[in-house]
Design a protein. Structure first.
Length: 284
């Protein structure tokens, strides 16, 4: 069997199973991973036969994908803003939509002390530390011990020694009291019903990273905004990623907390993705 034949068969099998919205991409990524080939190298060997070792690894990977495992868990890495982050079971896989959160944070540039709440793989915190033109003191927190250890490994591998990210275990901001000039977060914001539906559809990512609690999925965000109003330095910003339909509700939370200068950032699909607001400076 050639690489092309292996790809076509795997893509057709994934499509027939309905286990993914991107059968061609999934098949190509898994085949390249098992063969140790980049996309370009894989295409260059399209007509070459697949050796038995690669074929066996590809078959095993395909079964895992058919069983609902994310491609990133199978390969062990996910690209985010040009960096490859270690991922695995128990972790939310970084999405391209979350790059909007990093872009918004770089835009407001509120000050040097930054904290990423619910950091997961650490992708937002590490991307900020790596791409900001200013020196930042970046902290990150997560309730999951798996996330904390993974984020620490990603930071150690991806950042040069002077650009450190301090990762701690914390329930939102409880162990990260501040003051902070910038608080960023991609918290869970699905409703319990939406979370159950995703699980029934075969999503393997942990409900802790998906379920925002409450009828509208915003109970976690409510708690975070309450903590942020106490943890923000004067003039500091809070930026929260959520669904387009939740932007008005988050804006009201900001208003009720006396946060000002509200702003919304859209993702590449034109969906409202990040809601931000600022703590007022004290009167002169």
């Amino acid at each position: 069997m050639t690489f092309r034949e292996a790809f076509v068969a795997a893509s057709a099998r994934l499509a027939a199973a309905g286990s993914t919205d991107s059968p061609d991409l999934d098949a190509r990524v898994l085949l390249g991973h098992c063969a140790g080939l980049s996309h370009a190298a894989l295409l260059a060997r399209w007509s070459d036969p697949v050796v038995d070792e690669t074929a066996d690894a590809f078959a095993a990977s395909l079964l895992r994908r058919l069983d609902g495992e994310p491609v990133a868990w199978i390969t062990g890495f996910k690209e985010f803003l040009g960096m490859d982050f270690e991922v695995g079971p128990g972790l939310l896989v970084p999405r391209a939509d979350t790059e909007t959160l990093v872009e918004a944070a770089l835009e407001v540039h509120a000050g040097p002390r930054v904290v990423d709440v619910g950091t997961g793989t650490g992708c937002v915190a590490i991307a900020l530390a790596a791409t900001s033109q200013a020196h930042l003191e970046v902290w990150a927190g997560d309730l999951s011990p798996v996330a904390v250890e993974t984020a620490r490994r990603n930071a150690a591998r991806l950042l040069p020694a002077p650009q450190r990210v301090t990762v701690v275990r914390s329930d939102l901001l409880e162990a990260l009291p501040g003051p902070w000039e910038l608080i960023v977060s991609n918290p869970p914001y699905l409703t319990p019903d939406e979370t159950r539906a995703r699980v029934e559809q075969g999503w393997r990512e942990p409900p802790l990273a998906l379920d925002g609690k409450g009828r509208d999925g915003l109970d976690v965000v409510r708690k975070l905004v309450g903590q942020a109003t106490r943890a923000l330095a004067p003039g500091g910003w809070v930026l929260i990623e959520a669904a387009d339909a939740q932007m008005e509700a988050i804006g009201k939370l900001y208003s009720d907390a006396s946060l000002v200068d509200q702003k919304v950032w859209k993702d590449l699909a034109g969906q409202r993705r990040v809601a931000g607001a600022r703590r007022q400076n004290p009167p002169q």
